[in-house]
Design a protein around this ligand. Structure first.
Ligand SMILES: Nc1ncnc2c1ncn2[C@@H]1O[C@H](COP(=O)(O)OP(=O)(O)OP(=O)(O)O)[C@@H](O)[C@H]1O
Ligand SMILES: [Mg+2]
Length: 309
């Protein structure tokens, strides 16, 4: 076995997405309404990131937990079919796999989530034997990982000691405290990948500029996702900016995760920050052209066509 044959270990939540599409507002009182389409697909920021990274050609392994049920088996099958090593997924026989129902209406959506096994992933579930075989760890949806949260600084410290770099996409905090020890975690992060809202809430600043300035000297590289406008980054007190590309949006689910995959691909390849930001924006934008997070993720050659044009 070659050393470090895995590019990225992805740690995070695993759940399925059921996407209902239509110009429909649900109503109680036993009102039945018809939607235009229904799609079962891979959900969760971590899994969508893992699939995006694998599409770009990275060797990926997943660390997480799911239930011993049809949704869990569906997810493991889908990840494995994409070449993702799932030997680090712990199957919990007592709790069901999580599910999110999305009601998708053009660029907007409403979500209902049953977390299932997501909050139960523990430090002890993380198979650190994988660390010796990998170059990088990406942790997604920090605020959903209740049992792992207090140990994430220790986990990232272990990763650094084992010679890995670390990236973090906290995603939204459903408790909306934007705390839960995240400051301690940021001190151990090499690449922080929030969107504008998450960045401002976590740093308790009103503007992206102030928020980035507050992280200067604390987080080596912060990359902030700004939807259709593109993205910005801060590295060594220098600011970078990239525009997204115009696309016909079908569904924005997971655009941020596909963006993250593009960025981490470039980061591991040692690209310049300008080029990395542009590739990330292209990966995010292209992913919106299909239903669900993984329906239209770019392969590298496809993304490169946009990058060179
Ligand atoms: N409507 C759009 N048009 C063009 N590009 C887009 C659009 N939406 C997203 N993108 C691209 O995808 C990237 C990430 O999207 P976004 O800013 O929505 O991240 P996010 O809020 O983390 O998303 P997620 O909901 O997946 O967590 C953007 O920086 C942009 O490059
Ligand atoms: Mg996001």
């Amino acid at each position: 076995m070659t050393e470090r044959e895995l590019d990225a270990l992805v740690i995070g939540e695993l759940n399925a997405d059921l996407i209902l599409t239509g110009d429909v507002t649900p109503a109680f009182g036993q009102v039945e309404k018809l939607v235009e389409d229904a799609t079962l697909t891979i959900g969760s920021s971590a899994a969508i990131f893992a699939c995006g990274a694998a599409r770009l050609g990275l060797q990926v392994a997943f660390i997480g937990t799911c239930g011993d049920d049809e949704f869990g088996r569906y997810l493991l099958r889908q990840l494995t079919q994409r070449g993702i090593d799932c030997s680090g997924v712990v199957v919990n026989p007592l709790v069901k796999t999580g599910l999110t129902v999305h009601l998708s209406r053009g660029q907007d959506r409403a979500m209902l989530t049953y977390p299932g096994t997501i909050p139960l992933l523990r430090y002890a579930d993380v198979d650190q034997r994988l660390f010796a075989r990998a170059r990088h760890i990406h942790l997604a949806s920090y605020f959903l990982l209740d049992a792992l949260m207090p140990d994430v600084p220790r986990l990232f410290h272990d990763a650094h000691t084992a010679g890995l770099t670390v990236s973090l996409d906290t995603n939204y905090d459903p408790k909306e405290t934007w705390d839960s020890g995240v400051q301690e975690v940021l001190a151990e992060v090499d690449v922080f990948l929030p969107n504008e809202t998450e960045l401002c809430r976590i740093t308790r600043r009103e503007s992206v500029a102030d928020a980035l300035a507050s992280l200067s000297g604390k987080v080596p590289l912060t990359v902030v996702k700004q939807g259709a406008s593109g993205a910005s980054a801060q590295h060594d007190e220098r600011l970078y900016q990239a525009e997204s590309i115009p696309v016909e949006v079908v569904d924005t689910t997971g655009a941020g995760d596909s963006f993250d995959a593009g960025f981490i691909y470039s980061y591991l390849a040692g690209w310049s920050l300008d080029r990395a930001l542009r590739l990330a924006c292209i990966c995010g934008a292209l992913s919106t052209q299909g239903r669900g997070g993984t329906g239209a993720q770019a392969i590298l050659d496809q993304a490169l066509v946009y990058l060179e044009s």
